[in-house]
Design a protein around this ligand. Structure first.
Ligand SMILES: NC(=O)c1ccc[n+]([C@@H]2O[C@H](COP(=O)([O-])OP(=O)(O)OC[C@H]3O[C@@H](n4cnc5c(N)ncnc54)[C@H](OP(=O)(O)O)[C@@H]3O)[C@@H](O)[C@H]2O)c1
Length: 386
């Protein structure tokens, strides 16, 4: 397959854990409590209703340390990012999932500073803002500057959660802290170099996950991030990290949807008290490998899901969100449309009933299909998953 991805995202536009850090409910902002309680009730009811493996309660508790539904921002163009964030906040979203490799953090920051005005309806402490460490900044000395750049772009003093985006380090790329988007080239065009592995040639195999994680822990010590976590970590790597960390990852954010259910990984995280956050919970319909074309399956068009959603009078998207919550996972769903943002969030306020039979039907749809395939962008040297 010959794909023209620069790498992961640009194609679209594209020591022992002594005291795992957990955010107590007492610290959750008042405006988020309603949504958290609603989700807790939905999860508790769901757990009581059917198939209650005892470990689900642990997973639900871990997931509840996070807002259950966040707005994904991958694929939002700079022009669309600000309006999308503002409509999401108006709809009731209080969690945003950002990343410098989405090349829109500056515009999201503009939208946030327009909302977070003194006396405004939303206070900083009402929000949960996540961003991610990009691959060229995994070397210990580069982690802090990368975070500070993201804080500058988002116009925030701290993040609620900072994730290691992928467990693959690239060679360092210098950043202009004063650049318009931080990452922009001299002609004003977006400079995608922070997301360019050059087909794997920019991968730096000498940086260990432990080195990166120690620097992440220091950001917590400095008060620049409230929580740290990982993304796209397979169980074996997570095991290594947990064995050597001082602060345990709050969460592992991974691709999860009915076509990629990753039960083993979800169970592993549950056992180890690591929250699981689903990305691409709708099967990322806006992100397609053009070469695969129709061969790339579409979750939202799955006939079983379409039929089930029709029977319940909801969209397939809302069904997918409800399924993710029912599994005890938090999630980030992206939409630029105010209407679809509301539809996705409604899974909290207007829960979709999923019976055991429904869950079994959806279980049967798993086909291990990944939409995000790092080996396609980074070659064999960038393989993350078996
Ligand atoms: N950690 C990682 O490596 C990683 C990787 C991928 C994603 N993520 C995060 O997870 C977020 C979500 O994943 P994603 O953006 O890949 O995919 P997704 O949320 O599964 O799907 C987003 C797509 O679904 C459409 N959509 C949204 N709501 C809909 C609805 N109710 N009905 C029909 N279509 C709907 C959106 O189109 P419209 O915008 O036109 O509504 C968009 O094209 C990302 O935005 C990002 O924040 C993280």
């Amino acid at each position: 397959m010959s794909v023209t991805y620069l790498s992961s995202h640009t194609h679209i536009a594209g020591r022992k854990c002594m005291q795992p850090r957990r955010r107590s409910l007492a610290l959750v902002p008042a405006a988020a409590v309603g949504a958290l309680v609603a989700c807790a009730l939905a999860l508790v009811l769901a757990l009581k209703r059917s198939r209650p493996p005892p470990e689900m309660a642990t997973a639900a508790a871990a997931a509840l340390a996070l807002p259950p539904i966040g707005l994904g921002t991958f694929g939002l163009s700079p022009a669309k990012a600000g309006p999308a964030v503002r409509s999401a906040l108006a709809a009731g979203y209080r969690a945003l999932d950002c990343a410098p490799v989405y090349f829109n953090e500056r515009e999201i920051g503009d939208a946030l500073s327009a909302e977070l005005v003194p006396g405004g309806a939303i206070r900083r402490e009402d929000l949960w803002v996540t961003s991610k460490l990009a691959s060229p900044f995994h070397r210990g000395e580069h982690v802090g500057p990368a975070l500070r750049k993201t804080l500058t772009d988002l116009k925030l003093e701290y993040l609620d959660l900072y994730l290691v985006h992928w467990p693959v380090a690239f060679r360092h790329v210098s950043i202009d802290p004063d650049g318009p988007r931080g990452w922009d080239g001299p002609d004003g065009a977006i400079d995608y170099s922070i997301d360019d592995s050059d087909g794997g040639r920019n991968i730096d195999p000498s940086v260990t996950v432990g080195e990166t994680w120690s620097a992440m822990e220091e950001l917590v010590d400095q008060g620049l991030v409230r929580n740290i976590g990982v993304s796209n970590f397979p169980a074996a790597l997570l095991r290594e990290l947990l064995a050597g960390c001082r602060i345990a990852p709050l969460v592992n954010q991974v691709e999860l949807h009915p076509y990629l259910q990753q039960r083993g990984l979800v169970d592993y995280c549950r056992e180890r008290g690591v929250g699981v956050q689903a990305y691409s919970p709708l099967g990322t319909p806006g992100y397609r490998d053009d070469e695969l074309g129709e061969a790339e399956p579409s979750v939202l068009d799955d006939p079983v899901l379409v039929e089930m959603a029709r029977g319940k009078g909801v969209s397939v998207a809302r069904l997918c969100v409800a399924w993710a919550l029912r599994r005890g996972t938090a999630l980030n769903a992206k939409s630029a449309s105010a209407e679809r943002q509301e539809d996705n969030l409604a899974a909290l306020t207007d829960p979709v009933e999923l019976t055991d039979a429904d869950m079994e039907l959806i279980d049967g749809l798993d086909r291990g299909h990944r939409y995000f395939r790092p080996e396609d962008w980074w070659g064999a040297a960038g393989a993350v998953f078996d």
